[in-house]
Design a protein around this ligand. Structure first.
Ligand code: UD1
Ligand code: UDP
Length: 361
């Protein structure tokens, strides 16, 4: 069995790490370079202790978000088609909903190689999101669909996808369970027990590319007066500067904005914080892990992780200033998690995926 694993961004590295280790020599790892800064890519491969990719691409630095996303996908398809034709894998395996995932799935099917989609069946029903376009397209051209939950499986069934669906849990939980002790030992951060803070991450295009929405969110964070640590995604840093919001944050007394942190520091911050404020998909899942168990205030209009909301780990807040202030005030007083369920599994997803691949390929 030969599996070509294609990945290009921070969350894909995290969520494919357990599978790469388990597959070992049965895998060829191809990195598209969609995320290119060290602290958005290689740092995660180093910390999660996965081998260097067998193939690494360098994409053109892109400037214009509308036209260049098509160019980005085109560049990946062009580069990848050569590699896939050469190595002739039994499947092209992708995870999630990024442009890398769409490009790799198109390449797989057009090179007559079946596509395996990890984290299939998620929907936000928000058509502003490029991720929603990507995952719907990929789900419909995949042969093997690894749904994290029964809900995702039912969604795929209702859409009458062509491929076979299996429920496996989410590999983000594998990564935490395998790395949490090491992360706590290796993190360079040291936070005093009495320092109460919220952890903030923001990067969704529909939030940070709109001046109105980003200003509304930043106002909510500033006016809440809650102490916060905010590791900012490079896209968010650029947009905060463009809209003149960066100085307001730097001058504030409650928000500490820092560059993106690596996996070890992120796990440390997730464990130490009182609660989380985020628009990240992966963070909503990670907060449900038995090692983290933290409340997430979701700064979005919809979520593709409703299982975590239903289980009481997260709350859909929206992007309005008043709603954010109110939700933070409430979480400051009570952010206790009482749920006893793990909606995304307990950390054995890669084993389930591998056993299915062995039986089916
Ligand atoms: C992408 C994914 C998103 C995922 C996120 C994870 C798509 C459509 N979106 O969003 O689903 O949640 O990754 O973080 O694929 N940049 C840098 N350095 C980097 C990477 C990005 O400066 O290493 C900046 C560049 O200005 C770039 C912008 O961020 O143009 C956006 O990067 P891109 O990969 O297109 O999308 P993300 O917002 O990272
Ligand atoms: N993450 C990290 N450092 C950060 C922000 C996020 O290590 O500064 C991790 C996070 O814990 C999760 C992954 O990156 O494992 C999620 O990536 P992101 O939020 O960028 O993407 P999404 O999950 O929304 O696609």
């Amino acid at each position: 069995m030969k599996v070509a694993i294609v990945m290009g961004t921070r969350p894909e590295i995290v969520k494919l790490s357990s599978l790469i280790k388990l597959l070992g020599k049965n895998s060829t790892v191809i990195f598209t370079g969609q995320h290119y800064d060290y602290n958005m890519s290689m740092q995660f491969m180093d910390e999660l202790d996965i081998r260097k990719p067998d193939y690494s691409m360098k994409l053109t630095k892109l400037q214009n978000a509308t036209t260049d996303r098509a160019t980005q996908i085109g560049e990946i398809v062009l580069n990848l088609a050569k590699i896939i034709s050469r190595i002739k894998p039994d499947t092209v395996l992708v995870q999630g909903d990024t442009n890398t995932v769409l490009a790799a799935a198109i390449t797989g099917i057009k090179c007559s190689v079946p596509v395996s989609h990890v984290e299939a069946g998620l929907r936000s029903y928000d058509w502003r999101m490029p991720e929603e376009h990507n995952r719907i397209a990929v789900d419909h051209i995949s042969e093997f669909l690894f749904a994290p939950t029964e809900l995702a499986k039912n969604t795929l069934a209702s859409e009458k996808v062509h491929g076979r669906t299996f429920v496996t849990g989410n590999t983000s939980i594998d990564a935490i369970q395998q790395n949490i002790s090491k992360a706590e030992q290796k993190s360079k951060l040291s936070i005093d027990k009495k320092d109460e803070f919220a952890l903030v991450t923001l990067h969704r295009g529909e939030n940070v590319d709109s001046k109105e929405i980003l200003s509304s969110i930043v106002q909510g964070l500033l006016r809440s007066k809650m102490d916060m640590i905010f590791p900012a995604h490079p896209r968010t840093v650029k947009q905060l500067q463009r809209f003149g919001l960066d100085k307001k944050i730097q001058k504030s007394e409650n928000i500490l904005i820092v560059p993106p942190v690596g996996y070890f520091d992120m796990m440390y911050l997730m464990k130490k914080c009182k609660f989380i404020i985020s628009d990240s998909g992966g963070v909503q899942e990670e907060a449900t892990s038995p090692s983290i168990r933290k409340k997430v205030l979701i700064i979005r209009k919809s979520t593709d992780r409703p299982e975590a909301v239903k289980a009481g780990y997260s709350e859909l807040v929206g992007t309005g200033t008043q709603k954010i202030i109110h939700a933070i005030k409430k979480a400051k007083n009570d952010s206790k998690i009482t749920s006893t369920t793990n909606p995304y599994g307990s950390g054995h997803s890669a084993e389930k995926i591998l056993s299915i691949l062995r039986k089916t390929l």
